[in-house]
Design a protein around this ligand. Sequence first.
Ligand code: SUD
Ligand code: ADP
Length: 291
Amino acid sequence: MDYSVTKMQLPSPAKLNLFLHITGQREDGYHELQTLFQFIDLCDTLDFTLTRNNQVTITPTIDQLPTEENLIYKAAKLLTPFKKDSSFGIDIFLTKQLPMGGGIGGGSSNAATTLLALNVLWECHLTVERLAELGVQLGADVPVFVMGFAAFAEGVGEKLQKVELDTPYFLLIKPDCHVSTGQIFTDKYLTRDTPPIRISHALKLGGHNDCLKVVIKHNPEVEEAYLWLKNHGDAKLTGTGACLFLAFDNLRDAERVKSSTPNKWQSWVCRGCNTSPTHDALNQWIEQNRG
Ligand SMILES: C[C@@](CO)(OP(=O)(O)O)[C@H](O)COP(=O)(O)OP(=O)(O)OC[C@H]1O[C@@H](n2ccc(N)nc2=O)[C@H](O)[C@@H]1O
Ligand SMILES: Nc1ncnc2c1ncn2[C@@H]1O[C@H](COP(=O)(O)OP(=O)(O)O)[C@@H](O)[C@H]1O
C-alpha cells in the first residue's frame, strides 16, 4: 500500500468564468471558447473511505439524479481500469453546498475531486495531465479543476494556460431559476463569432460573457438580478448562468452589498483563488500520510 490511511476529506470548489467569449463552433456542435477560469473558496466537501468490496457508493443521493448519472460515480468508473487491486472500492459522502446548474461548475468539480482522490487511494499513479485528459469526457470544465490552477482556457475549455490573477472578494448571487446550458448553446441568436484574443489582452483588458444576452432572454429572473447587481458595479454572468458575480477590493464592501441583496436570491461572499483548494488539501494529506 502507498498509504496506510484509508480516509480522505477534500474540498471541491466552484469556479467563475471571469469572461466567456464564443469564438466558433466545431463540426460536432460543441462551441469553441476563450475564457478565464478562477476558483472561489466556496466548496462542496467529499469524504472518501477506501473499501475492499469493489463497490462505489455515494451518500446522500442527489434529488432526481440517479447514482449512475452522478459525475462522482462516473469519475470513479473512469478510474476503475487503473486500480492497483481489483478489490478496491470506495464509499463517498458528499456534503453539497454549491447550487447545481448555476454556471459555477459544481458537478465538474466533484468529478475532478474524485479523480484526484481515487488516483491516490486506488494507487493508480496517473499524472494530473492524464487525469485531465480522462476527465474532459465527463465535462469541458473538468480539466481545469483537475489541473488546479487558474487558467486562460481555449478549445472547449480543455486547453489551459496557467495564470496568476488578482484574488478579489466576490459577491455571488443565484437568481431563483435553472438555466439550461443546452438551450443557451442551441439558441440561434447566440454570438458565436467573437474574434479570438491573445492571453496578454485577456489579462490586461478582460472580456465579456457572450451568453448573457441569450440567458437573459430566456430567464427574466437573471435579468432582474443582473440589473440589480449592476447598480453596485461591473456585474458579470459566470458560464451559462444562472449565477452572477461582482468583484470587490475588500471584504467589508462585499458584505455590505450582500446584506442589501433581496432575500429571494441566494448570495455568498467568497474569495478568488489561483490554486484549487482541492490541491492544497490533497498535498497536505500526502505530506501527513507519507510513510
Ligand atoms: C459554459 C461552461 C463554461 O465554463 O460552463 P457552465 O455554465 O456549464 O458551468 C462550460 O463550457 C460548459 O461545459 P460542460 O459542463 O461540458 O457543458 P454540458 O452541461 O456538458 O453541455 C451541455 C450542452 O451544451 C453544449 N455545449 C457545451 C459546451 C461547449 N463548449 N459547447 C457546447 O455547445 C452541448 O450541446 C452540450 O451537450
Ligand atoms: N455531483 C454532482 N453535482 C452537481 N451536479 C451534478 C453532479 N453530478 C451530475 N450532475 C448534473 O450536472 C448538472 C450541472 O451541474 P453543475 O456542474 O453543478 O452545473 P454548472 O456546470 O451549470 O455549474 C446538474 O444539473 C446535475 O444534473
